[in-house]
Design a protein around this ligand. Sequence first.
Ligand code: GDP
Length: 198
Amino acid sequence: MSQFPEIQFIKSVAAPSQFPPDSGWEVAVAGRSNAGKSSAINALLARKGLARTSRTPGRTQLYNYFQLGPEQRLVDLPGYGHAAVNAATRATWGPLGEALRQRQSFAAMLLVVDVRRGVGELDLALLDWAGRPGEHVHVLLAKSDKLPKGQALAALRQAQQVLEGGASVQLFSAHKGTGLEEARALLRRWMISGSGKK
Ligand code: GDP
């Protein structure tokens, strides 16, 4: 059964004028291209095929909004770090990103990182950009099934060190369901309590 029974796609946003009304709460989901972001969203929301990876690098990047419940939204941000999409990302990131950041409803961010790659400079830059307090930023170390348990735990400790308390972090596997409940619980909590700004 879906964890968020009322879930539906709202719209793709390509310009600041297109954002949904700034009320309630929204959680942004970000990650490098190929980190496992779409798979993570689909697993978290228990809806296969809801979030799709753009198969066309260089295409205009959009913010994809989903409604999880009344006044509860998830926004799927464009993947970053892929050489071919950098120009497109740069072109849209500025005004769109700035508009998102200023929204009262922008409560928290989920950052998806490939466990084998670890938290890198671009990921840290994005966390910095989001400017949310540590309890409202959470990192999923995705595809954890790709590493033996000992190595996955070592990657978790390494990520905790790199993040220096600026975000919480956990192991996650969309394919095996590892960490799914932990991540869902946090998402639900954020959706209910928001960022504490109001
Ligand atoms: P995105 O570009 O960040 O949205 O990444 P995708 O969700 O499209 O995943 C990129 C690749 O990683 C795909 O080939 C997925 O099948 C694979 N992948 C995603 N999640 C997992 C996982 O939990 N385990 C494994 N083994 N592979 C995964």
